[in-house]
Structure formats: structure tokens, C-alpha cells
Design a protein around this ligand. Structure first.
Ligand code: TA6
Length: 282
């Protein structure tokens, strides 16, 4: 069976041996095994009972990134804190594709009060031998224009973040959240981590490369419809401040997150927006 749902987790398996697991809570990808290796990081302290967004994998950020003073939603919005419907298998040949859905009428009263638009989200997850594609479609079912942010908050698993580099961000303007949101220009060919990093790179190229170690292992990111890219590692102090994250786990992860977060996405009534990423192991 290419796709099986059990205990609110959908597991996709591919003939090559690759697999992916998606929790219905947040439609959060919580595992991606390709070429016999787990490629995503999920904290050993992650809370998996639906009481809090899952710390790791690919949390789905919608309709806001961070917090917005005029929108009373928790950080990163409600998509990653809601139970999605599993809509079944779409294709099962050399790729396995499944779909998940979230509609406005599935939100809590508080969430609807904070963000009252009528909408339908559809999230497709597609697995091949060496790639994982995650795409979001937003349908505005409202009578007026909707504005939103969205982002795939991908946690990559690494052996030692000191060996990691992200290529493709040179010359981009970024907002540095570690420096009170000050904007600068990236001067490096390879972005590395030797302390807390929390940067929103604006108008990033659609192809990025994550060197997950210094032995030539890479994950290629191809984003579509998503304008920006966030790079995040909490490092020592922030790691200690997260109850669902081990104090030393910052050594074993890097977030490279494609999204449209620097500006609002404007979606007219009845219109559909889509965006996402394809991750490929080399
Ligand atoms: O994407 C980076 C970021 O916005 C950081 O500022 C940090 O807050 C991280 O997301 C984790 O946020 P969370 O709400 O999942 O603890």
C-alpha cells in the first residue's frame, strides 16, 4: 500500500524504499527517508499530542508569519495547529501523491474571530525515490480580497551544523531578526552557522543548495510561488528557552524555509494561489 493512515499519521512508501510520514496535526511532514537516511529533524522533545505545533519536520505557516499585532493569532498562524482532513491518494506510479485539506469551518471560534475569511487550503505531498514535494493551494472563497503570509518551516537534520552551508543567497537583502530586524545585504557565497541565525532573505532565487555536511552531501531546494527564504538556527540560548527542543539539538538541525513572508500575498475573491517546494537529495 503506497499510503496508509494510522493514529492520525499518513505514511507514504515508495518502491525505492523512500518514505514520508505526515501528521494530520498541521499536515506536518514529520519524517522523510530517502536513500536510507532520515532527512528531516524532529526534536526528541517535540510534543505530538496536538496541544502544540510539532517542533520539527515541515510545519506549515499560514496565514501569518511570526505575529501580527492586528491579527490575534498565535505565532505562525493556525495551519500548523489544526487537524487537517486526509483527502486520499492522487497518484501512485513512480511517484506517490496524497492530499490534505483545511477549510475555514474547521477552525476554532477564536481563530475565526481573529481571521474571518472564507478559504480552502489544499496541501499535496509527493514522494519519489529521491525527492519530496510539498505544495499548498489557497482558495479565496470570500467576497473580498484576502492577504496572507505562508511558509514551509523545514527543519533539515544534520550531523553537525558547523559543517553546514546554504548556497544561493549572496547579494540578497535580508532582515536580521537577531539584530532587531535590521536589513543588510548578504555578502557570502555560502551562509554558515556559528551562532544564532534568524534571517528573512527577500526575493530569493528558486534554486538553493543546502550542503548538509563537508563530505559533499547536499539537499537541493526548488521553490515555486514562494518569494523569500528564511534561515534559522536558535543556537545555545534560544535552544535552552524552548521546552520542546533539547539544549544541544541546535547542533543537529538547520531551518531553510521557503515562503512569502516579507510582504502580504494578495488574493482576490474567488482566486487561487499556489506555492511550494521540491526537496531532492543528491
Ligand atoms: O522561522 C524562524 C522563526 O520565525 C524564528 O524567529 C523562531 O521563532 C522560529 O521561527 C520558531 O518559531 P516557533 O513558533 O515554531 O517556536
Amino acid at each position: 500500500m503506497p499510503a496508509q493512515e494510522e493514529n492520525k499519521v499518513v505514511t507514504l512508501t515508495h518502491a525505492s524504499g523512500s518514505s514520508v510520514k505526515v501528521s494530520l496535526f498541521g499536515a506536518t511532514v514529520i519524517s522523510w527517508i530517502a536513500k536510507d537516511e532520515e532527512r528531516l529533524f524532529v526534536s526528541q522533545n517535540a510534543i505530538l499530542d496536538g496541544s502544540k505545533a510539532i517542533r520539527g519536520g515541515i510545519p506549515l505557516v499560514f496565514p501569518i508569519f511570526g505575529t501580527k499585532s492586528h491579527i490575534a493569532l498565535p505565532q505562525h498562524g493556525f495551519a500548523r495547529n489544526s487537524y487537517w482532513d486526509y483527502l486520499g491518494v492522487l497518484t501512485d506510479n513512480d511517484e506517490v501523491k496524497v492530499r490534505f485539506g483545511l477549510k475555514d469551518n474547521q477552525l476554532t471560534k477564536e481563530q475565526r474571530q481573529a481571521w474571518s475569511h472564507s478559504f480552502r487550503l489544499t496541501y499535496t505531498v509527493t514522494l519519489t525515490a529521491t525527492s519530496l514535494k510539498t505544495f499548498l493551494t489557497v482558495k479565496n472563497e470570500d467576497s473580498d480580497t484576502m492577504e496572507f503570509n505562508t511558509l514551509l518551516h523545514t527543519y533539515f537534520r544534520v550531523k553537525d551544523v558547523a559543517q553546514v552551508s546554504v548556497l544561493g543567497l549572496k547579494s540578497l537583502t535580508f532582515a536580521d531578526k537577531v539584530a532587531n530586524g535590521e536589513t543588510s545585504i548578504e555578502s557570502r557565497d555560502a551562509v554558515t552557522v556559528a551562532g544564532e541565525v534568524d534571517r528573512v532573505y527577500q526575493n530569493a532565487p528558486d534554486h538553493l543548495q543546502v550542503n548538509t555536511d563537508n563530505q559533499g552531501h547536499q539537499i537541493l531546494i526548488h521553490k515555486e510561488g514562494m518569494k523569500d527564504t528564511v534561515v534559522w538556527n536558535p543556537w545555545i540560548e534560544k535552544a535552552k528557552g524552548m521546552g520542546d527542543f533539547g539544549d544541544e539539538e541546535y547542533h543537529n538541525m538547520i531551518c531553510v524555509e521557503v515562503g512569502s513572508v516579507a510582504q502580504w500575498v494578495q488574493l482576490k475573491s474567488g482566486q487561487t494561489w499556489q506555492g511550494g517546494q521540491t526537496l531532492a537529495v543528491v
